[in-house]
Design a protein around this ligand. Structure first.
Ligand SMILES: [Zn+2]
Ligand SMILES: [Zn+2]
Length: 277
């Protein structure tokens, strides 16, 4: 009955798996073997992303370690996981007076352009410092832990919702120039390798840089972001897509990305963020 699209989907999947395989091999050569990594660890031992303390030797390649192996024991106990009950739409923890409800107060009165979103951590304490170090002080090695912590959610989205493509929210070109890297793409790449969901990072792009969002009200944020994103080669984005980002604050950036995806005909959008502010 549904044979034709399934066969096509199978083909597409094979093609994307081949692509992913190629990427992984490239990365393998670029990053070196287990032995090379262990040797490098002698000089730059793996550290806890929260307290920066040196971790015990890792049993396997960093990119194969679980989140538990990538954080020290005492920080592991303090992680600000977002726990149920959360808003079924945006993933924010529900306030005490809404614990019986399905949606948070905002989602209850606003139409959202995505089907469902989830965040892994609350943006506070040592985790917040760690994310800031990753973003502004070049601590890219923390991304391994972040990606590991996000992986179960991405796998869940693939199993439960059939998510096919990870799409990172692109950071501004100016920031990328300043930092020399786009942390959102690096995070999505690792998440893609770990979850086996293909990533497409060159389809949803920023068309112009926007002012920094912090300090702006909801309405100003929206005006500031309007038309800031566009989609190239929409055919590369197999639905459903999973938008990924590091921090979710008001959600206006994500919603603007959804709008751009919507204009390109992408309807089924989920999101997964590392932390919710
Ligand atoms: Zn620690
Ligand atoms: Zn909500």
């Amino acid at each position: 009955m549904k044979k034709e699209p399934e066969r096509k989907a199978g083909k597409d999947r094979k093609a994307s798996e081949r692509e992913a395989g190629k990427d992984r091999r490239k990365e393998h050569y670029a990053e070196g073997s287990f032995l090379a990594e262990k040797l490098a660890d002698l000089f730059y031992p793996p550290r806890c992303p929260l307290c920066a303390g040196v971790l015990p030797p890792l049993p396997r390649l960093r990119r194969e370690c679980s989140w538990q192996e990538l954080v020290c024991d005492s920080c592991a106990k303090e992680l600000p996981w977002i726990r149920e009950p959360v808003c079924k739409k945006c993933g924010r923890p529900l306030e005490d007076d809404r614990e019986e409800e399905e949606y948070c107060a905002q989602c209850a009165r606003t139409e959202r352009p995505y089907v469902e979103g989830r965040g892994v951590f609350s943006y506070r304490g040592a985790l917040r410092r760690s994310v800031l170090q990753m973003k502004y002080y070049n601590r890219r090695e923390w991304l391994t832990f972040f990606a590991a912590a996000m992986t179960p959610h991405a796998v869940d989205a693939a199993v439960r919702r059939g998510v096919r493509t990870i799409v990172p929210v692109p950071c501004s070109r100016k920031k990328k120039r300043q930092r020399g890297y786009d942390q959102s793409v690096l995070l999505a790449k690792q998440l893609s390798d770990r979850s086996g969901i293909r990533m497409c990072a060159d389809s949803l792009i920023r068309t112009r840089d926007t002012r920094a969002l912090s300090g702006l009200g909801m309405r100003e944020r929206r005006e500031n972001l309007e038309g800031a994103f566009t989609v190239l080669h929409a055919e590369r984005l197999e639905e459903p897509v999973l938008l990924t980002d590091d921090i979710f604050t008001t959600g206006s950036t994500l919603e603007e990305c959804c709008a751009a995806l919507g204009r390109a005909g992408i309807r089924e959008i989920y999101f997964l963020v590392l932390c919710i502010a």
